[in-house]
Design a protein. Structure first.
Length: 104
């Protein structure tokens, strides 16, 4: 009987440890990549474009501010010169998704 309890406990511990490793694995699926681009864009907007000392300083991020930022990025206007093309695209993806808009 004692061996059955030990076996049961050890089996549960092994199952738990396997599930922990499985839940923490990170595969680059399409949704994961999209989430990463969105999060990168969000970080860039708040840390490099609209902060107090940033070129496009804004008190709040609303749809009008988002449209202004997108236009500035697409026309290589203020604040876009320090960003790579990939960073600009990340910002555009973030703003379009955040405000449910699609600009041409």
């Amino acid at each position: 009987m004692h061996y059955v309890k030990i076996f049961a406990v050890s089996t549960l511990l092994m199952m738990f440890s396997c599930s922990v490793f499985a839940s923490g694995s990170e595969h680059m699926s399409k949704s994961n990549k999209a989430d990463n681009i969105y999060n990168q864009g969000k970080t860039i907007v708040h840390k490099q474009l609209i902060c107090e000392s940033c070129p496009l300083e804004a008190a709040t991020l609303d749809e009008n501010t988002a449209m202004t930022i997108i236009e500035e990025l697409k026309t290589n206007g203020t604040g876009s010169d320090s960003l790579s093309d990939a960073q600009k695209e990340s910002v555009i993806v973030y703003l379009e998704k955040r405000f449910s808009m699609k600009m041409n």
